[in-house]
Design a protein. Structure first.
Length: 144
């Protein structure tokens, strides 16, 4: 029996066509070994800890990842339509968490939101949502 080793692309296309593949596709979901910047010294970047290096290398070399990389190496985002009406304030909690409060001025009120980011955890938690009720939604929709 001859076993043909497939590339990630061949494996994906064969799977989509319902054909046999050389092995099950393996993916680490959002960990692909390319988009995680181990050299970024930001204290909230969990991937710069040396313990991540073996997994990032394994993901890059042995998993089936569809990676969207940009020419300049940065993620492109749409401009924030509320930026001119917004202010941000950040502070540290006693446990080292970074809190950021956003205030958005509408014609009738100020909407606020609050996020929390903990060192060692690759997540931004929304503690307080910008829109809390129907009146907040109406205020936001009134912004030109």
């Amino acid at each position: 029996m001859i076993i043909v080793i497939m590339t990630s692309k061949e494996r994906l296309l064969a799977s989509l066509r319902g054909e046999a593949v050389d092995r099950p596709a393996v993916s680490f979901y959002e960990i692909d070994g390319y988009c995680q910047d181990a050299d970024d010294p930001d204290e909230f970047n969990v991937f710069n800890d040396p313990s991540w290096a073996p997994l990032l290398r394994l993901a890059r070399e042995r998993s089936d990842s569809t990676v969207a990389l940009y020419d300049n190496g940065t993620r492109r985002t749409k401009p924030d339509p509320l930026a001119e009406r917004s202010t941000w304030e950040s502070w540290r909690g006693e446990d080292g968490a970074l809190f950021t409060r956003r205030k958005v001025r509408t014609d009738s009120c100020v909407l606020t939101s609050l996020t929390r980011r903990d060192p060692g955890i690759n997540t931004v938690w929304t503690v307080e949502h910008l829109l809390k009720d129907a009146d907040d939604l109406r205020a936001l929709l009134s912004v030109p």
